[in-house]
Design a binder for this molecule. Structure first.
Ligand code: MD3
Ligand code: FE
Length: 216
């Protein structure tokens, strides 16, 4: 043996494939965190986090905001992308430049050059918040990947197959981790287990996730 492997595969700093065209880039966002946090504060000052209703009339445990030309919204009429924030009636805040650079560079590293997201959904999880298994299929161009960035408290991410009943794999997502989902993995079922565990040194008792999408 030439070198001792001090990490389990799960904790290694190498890109970890979660599927044929899905990859977990451990800590990829860390160098940009000092730029991202103030930009995120500006976004959520304009379009505050709020809990939306599902089409079934239940309040989501996750609170959300958006930036970019389009924002993902949900109410009793269904899920869709909208140009204006229903809370304020104003356009969503512009996607900060450091967000765009992060999305592009992660997509390129995962084999999807030229990614130009027009929507960024920002999710905020407080302890106990969760997201049930679902597919993301409200985007017109399913050829474009989704880039997901995790900040704050860690979370257990579930990734299943193309049908809801297939067994789901698990990965723990930490502060600074980025996951890129494209191609054959784009329509996989996925979700987040209820958030628990120690508070994060910078962000306290919350987890923030943003997902970059090409919605139109
Ligand atoms: C796999 N968010 O906003 S990010 C969502 O952590 C969403 O807030 C979760 O699922 C979160 O829709 C998971 C990871 C993720 C995002 C989109 C995907 C995984 C995906 C789309 C297709 C397949
Ligand atoms: Fe999703």
């Amino acid at each position: 043996m030439t070198s001792l492997n001090l990490f389990s595969e799960e904790e290694s700093l190498q890109p970890l494939p979660l599927g044929p065209q899905a990859v977990l880039l451990r800590g990829f966002a860390l160098p940009l965190v000092p730029e991202i946090l103030p930009a995120l504060d500006a976004v959520t000052k304009t379009s505050p986090f709020r809990q939306m209703l599902t089409p079934g009339g239940r309040k989501m445990s996750v609170a959300l905001s958006n930036c970019g030309r389009l924002g993902w919204v949900s109410d009793v009429h269904g899920y869709r992308y909208a140009r204006a924030d229903p809370l304020t009636g104003a356009p969503w805040p512009i996607m900060p430049d450091c967000f765009v650079r992060l999305a592009r560079s992660a997509a390129e590293k995962a084999g999807f050059p030229g990614f130009e997201p027009d929507a960024c959904l920002v999710n905020r999880y407080l302890p106990g918040a969760r997201m049930g298994l679902h597919q993301d299929r409200n985007e017109r161009d399913l050829g474009a990947p989704i880039v997901s960035v995790s900040l704050g408290m860690s979370a257990t991410f579930l990734f299943g197959g193309l049908r809801r009943n297939e067994p789901a794999g698990r990965a723990v997502l930490h502060h600074g981790d980025v996951v890129v989902w494209g191609g054959v993995d784009r329509l996989r079922y996925h979700g987040i287990l209820p958030i628990k565990g120690p508070p994060h040194p910078l962000l306290g008792q919350q987890r923030i996730n943003f997902t970059f999408r090409k919605a139109e």
